[in-house]
Design a protein around this ligand. Structure first.
Ligand code: ADP
Ligand code: MG
Length: 701
């Protein structure tokens, strides 16, 4: 290796890069030659050959060559220059909306021209809009491209031509200096025979004949070689993050058998063995002086809350505080009610922080949190994002319900850091427990949650009857209404969920209001309630309390009830236009029933015709109640972006990898990452820097 490697040579050392261009490149995160090298093309076009016009496919980009047959200025909606070019096999129309006299004159009939552009099917057959073109009036036509032409990610203020040139210069230097390969050959047992250098050369400059279809799919071995390296780098960055946190000290919250037993003794049920297992994992974690980072995955209704409460009891028994953050007011309220019922007998004092708490009341709570008289604090995430001063926080519990992205999690953890500041004098970081209601397929969990240990509650409390799901055309709505009547007559309660396509709170609320009025009219003997996102937090909580108390028989709701609302007597759920919802959302909604001991039903109404995917989703819902199975199917149908939520994958920006396409690489990726940490620790930071380098993505938090 030469003395100066590419990651220490600035882009300004390249020919043609002055301060202005350098600044633009820096904005794109391109600081060094190594950054340029790993700035990989998004796709390729083929300008290595001339295609006969007769053989051109619409929607492809091609080079054609022919003779101008005529040109006209056409006055349509927009003035345009229309020019016809013919070769031995056919005729192509070129259309220019921006043109000048000289251009028009240049394209005289009889002139030979070479054009490059995307072909569309237009009014007059095949057309190219604004092709690049060259007049071929010299004796010797200019050479065609020797390699496929890479198209780089959009680079504002820097032309493709320029980026290509800079990458070309960089590749020359790569030849001279080489580059360190941080992935030792011994690490991989996959068969990709591309070296790092070869893979980089090929991707920046694919020789003619490279399988464009493989490149387009991201399945070329050179791409796969780099994709797996990139995934390893991401995985390592999460593991590093974890290491960083675990280098901090945490309070050792020792198990306290007496407190635990007192807590369990007054519960109205006994824990399932899955709950016991997860509870003991947590108990063991928090008894260590290293911050716990643990995720509890459990299907809806699997009883995550009580397991978290056990952790909180252990913290309190050690004289420390615990905080529970819920994603919504309704849930925060529900947690508070549960915790108070469970913990009052133990004499544990709970503070309560929500948006509706203002002024004096709020100050009182904040003071109790600060002086330690409150032992457990329950509230919404939003409230914890302000600086709440704790007396001595030992355990943070995040009930996320919907999965947050890595970033949001880090942000919350940073709030933890705000929180930490209060206890930093003792130099300790709280333990952290995250509960997530929507199971994640294993492979995805592996990459999205690599920084966390994972516990799974894979068992429902006993006595639960599986929810029976039927899928009905909404032409049968009246039958369904009768079914609601019958069920409520028997003393049960029901949900009626309205969904809308538009992402509009207002419209959704209006639709739900209209449905409420209609149902109240038809079911006049019942009390029909309504809850939607436009209600004030206080109104929502009141409505849920009324429903829980049985004062309301039928609750019409928008998808706001998706979050873990718990009303065991509700045993029937109707979801209108269920075909509009994704699988995990349907599963979450359905999880609101089937919480009591009587058998529960879910009616998925749809309006015909159903799309293929829509039908597939509803079929899965009918066939299984298992959230993990549903998550796997969801992944198959929709891909990881959707399954993890755009929020989540939005965080994970890959240059070349694609979580779904490359899912098969993940087990190997995980293995390699761990091996790198163990056996090649010095390679880890440079590898992360290479792929995640200057982006502020991870590491920072
Ligand atoms: P989730 O995992 O969806 O958050 P919850 O913690 O809200 O589920 O629990 C769902 C319901 O099951 C609650 O009413 C809770 O009290 C009850 N529950 C939890 N564990 C058990 C158990 N072992 N036996 C019976 N009921 C339980
Ligand atoms: Mg819950």
């Amino acid at each position: 290796m030469t003395s100066q490697s590419l990651n220490s040579i600035g882009v300004d050392k390249l020919r043609g890069v002055g301060p202005q261009l350098a600044a633009k490149l820096h904005k794109l995160g391109l600081f060094t030659l190594q950054d340029l090298l790993f700035h990989l093309p998004l796709r390729y076009i083929d300008r290595t050959k001339i295609t006969a016009i007769g053989g051109v496919q619409p929607l492809t980009e091609v080079v054609i060559e022919g003779e101008v047959r005529g040109n006209d200025v056409v006055f349509g909606r927009r003035r345009s220059l229309v020019c016809r070019v013919q070769d031995h096999s056919g005729l192509m129309t070129l259309r220019f909306f921006h043109f000048n006299q000289a251009q028009q004159q240049g394209l005289q009939p009889g002139t030979k021209v070479r054009c490059f552009g995307e072909v569309r099917r237009g009014k007059s057959g095949l057309e190219m809009y604004h092709p690049e073109y060259q007049l071929l009036n010299q004796a010797k036509p200019p050479a065609l491209a020797e390699t496929l032409t890479p198209i780089y990610p959009a680079t504002e203020g820097v032309t493709q031509q320029r980026i290509r040139d800079l990458c070309g210069q960089t590749l020359k230097r790569l030849e001279q200096r080489g580059i360190e390969d941080w992935m030792p050959a011994a690490l991989s047992n996959s068969s990709s025979n591309y070296s790092l250098v070869d893979a980089l050369h090929l991707l920046h400059n694919p020789p003619p004949g490279t399988a464009l279809n493989l490149l387009a799919e991201g399945e070329h071995p050179a791409q796969q070689r780099l994709a797996s390296e990139e995934l390893v780098a991401h995985h390592l960055s999460l593991l590093r993050l974890r290491q960083k946190i675990q280098h901090q000290a945490a309070p050792a919250l020792l198990p306290n058998q007496a407190a635990t037993e007192r807590f369990l003794a007054q519960l109205p049920f006994t824990l399932t063995s899955a709950q016991q297992r997860v509870a003991s994992e947590i108990s063991a974690d928090i008894s260590q002086p290293i911050p716990m980072l643990r995720l509890i995955q459990g299907d809806v209704g699997s009883g995550k809350t009580v397991v978290a409460a056990l952790g909180a009891v252990q913290a309190v028994a050690n004289g420390m505080q615990a905080a529970l953050m819920a994603p919504t007011e309704i849930l925060a309220e529900q947690h508070r009610v549960n915790f108070e019922a469970w913990l009052a007998p133990l004499g544990i004092r709970i503070a309560w922080l929500t948006g509706k708490l203002k002024g004096k009341g709020r100050e009182v709570q904040l003071a109790a949190i600060a002086d330690g008289s409150a032992q457990i604090v329950i509230g919404t995430h939003a409230l914890f994002q302000e600086a709440v001063e704790f007396h001595n926080l030992g355990l943070t519990i995040i009930d996320e319900q919907h999965r947050f992205g890595v970033h949001q999690r880090l942000a919350l953890r940073k709030k933890g850091a705000v929180i930490d500041a209060a206890i930093d004098e003792e130099g300790s970081t709280p333990h952290q427990l995250i509960m997530t209601a929507t199971p994640i397929p294993r492979t995805l969990a592996m990459s999205a949650y690599a920084d966390l240990d994972c516990s799974v509650i894979d068992e429902l409390p006993p006595g639960r009857k599986p929810i029976e799901t039927v899928v009905l055309n909404d032409l049968r709505r009246n039958d369904v209404i009768e079914r609601v009547r019958a069920s409520c007559r028997d003393g049960r309660q029901a949900y009626w969920v309205c969904t809308l396509i538009e992402e509009s709170d207002v419209l959704e609320a209006q639709a739900a209001e209209a449905t409420t009025q209609e149902l109240q009219l038809l079911l006049s003997e019942l009390s029909v309630g309504l809850i939607h996102g436009r209600l004030k937090p206080k109104e929502k909580v009141q409505m849920m309390q009324a429903f829980k108390a049985g004062e309301i028989n039928l609750l019409v709701a928008t998808t706001v009830i998706e979050v873990g609302v718990d009303v065991p007597n509700a045993s029937l759920m109707i979801i209108e236009n269920s075909e509009r919802l994704g699988l995990s959302q349907l599963h979450q909604l359905r999880g609101r029933v089937g919480r009591g001991s009587q058998s529960s039903h879910c009616v998925l109404l749809y309006s015909a015709p159903l799309s293929g995917n829509g039908a597939a989703r509803l079929k899965i819902m009918r066939e299984t109640n298992d959230g993990f199975k549903i998550a796997e199917k969801d992944l198959e149908i929709r891909g990881p972006g959707e399954v993890l939520g755009t929020r989540q994958t939005g965080d994970m920006q890959f240059r070349i990898a694609d979580l779904q396409r490359d899912a098969h690489l993940l087990p190997e990726v995980k293995r390699m990452a761990i091996k790198l940490l163990q056996d090649y620790a010095d390679n880890v930071d440079p590898l992360i820097a290479r792929w995640l380098g200057h982006s502020e993505q991870y590491g920072q938090a």
